[in-house]
Design a protein around this ligand. Structure first.
Ligand SMILES: Nc1nc2c(ncn2[C@@H]2O[C@H](COP(=O)(O)OP(=O)(O)O)[C@@H](O)[C@H]2O)c(=O)[nH]1
Ligand SMILES: [Mg+2]
Length: 256
């Protein structure tokens, strides 16, 4: 239990992408500080934070680049996803258009980012939808095979275009059915989660699962005490660089 033995920390560069206001910064704030803020200010450029995640046999130190979602910052994105080992692409489950934007990011990552990049698709703001429309929000590892073809037995040929389905049952705010996003994630080889930065639901799981999925043999381990070399900040957040010390990892949100 009390293993104070120096464990190797592996640094993992992770980038958050997605439309503005889907909750990227809030997910990071939840993960790194176990906190939530109703009134966040838009990220300018990008913000940099770190958080460690302890797995059974290693410590993963996430170096998180939280990017701005506005289109005018799009051209900066390659700077952040280049060399990233992981990406969290976020959409808002109450906003269908944000899934389309997320898909565009995934396409761009698959074309231009590191070939081994682990991508997690995250539908945020789960707290805004009624429980009946919320699935258990489980992890769908890329390799996992659960055959979920079309939800409806529609014969309508032509591939399913991404219609902003206004949900099925008594969904109030939900605009993106879980099955639709999950099916897309599966066919694109992405991890998939529905989460809430507000309640913290599934937030730690996103990062833990990413940490478990990364092909570590392709990454050089660093001593646990190693310092981050490229610590920069470019945002307007007060906590551009939130680096929780090893002893004070927030159990609330993070996976350590
Ligand atoms: N209800 C709810 N609101 C959220 C959640 N995550 C973020 N928000 C709110 O959505 C707005 C945009 O969040 P922010 O993190 O700045 O989005 P970003 O532009 O993608 O970084 C803020 O008002 C947040 O308080 C969530 O999980 N649930
Ligand atoms: Mg932001």
């Amino acid at each position: 239990m009390s293993d104070e033995t120096p464990v190797k920390a592996v640094q993992v560069k992770l980038v958050l992408l997605g439309e503005a206001a889907v909750g990227k910064s809030s997910l990071v704030l939840r993960f790194c500080q176990g906190d939530f803020n109703e009134n966040t200010s838009p990220t300018i450029g990008a913000a940099f934070l770190t958080q460690k995640c302890r797995l059974e046999n290693r410590i993963v130190k996430f170096e998180i680049w939280d990017t701005a979602g506005q289109e005018r910052f799009h051209s900066l994105a390659p700077m952040y996803y280049r060399n990233a080992q992981a990406a969290v692409v976020v959409y808002d489950i109450t906003k269908a258009a944000s899934l389309e934007k997320a898909k565009a990011w995934v396409k761009e990552l698959q074309r231009q980012a590191n070939a081994n990049i682990v991508i997690a698709l995250v539908g945020n703001k789960l707290d805004l939808v009624s429980e009946s429309s919320s699935t258990p929000a489980t992890v769908t590892p890329a390799a996992q095979e659960t055959e979920t073809e079309g939800e409806d037995g529609e014969d309508d040929s032509a591939e399913e275009s991404i219609t902003p389905t206004p949900a099925t049952e008594s969904d109030d705010a939900r605009q993106v059915p879980t099955a639709e996003a999950e099916a897309y994630a599966k066919e694109s080889g992405l991890l998939f989660f529905e989460a809430s930065a507000k309640t913290g639901h599934n937030v730690g799981e996103i990062f833990t699962e990413i940490a478990k999925t990364i092909p570590f043999d392709t990454i050089t381990p660093e001593p646990a005490t190693a310092q981050t070399g490229n610590r920069r900040s470019a945002g307007n957040h007060e906590n551009n660089n939130v680096n929780l010390g090893e002893g004070q990892q927030a159990k609330k949100g993070g996976c350590c």
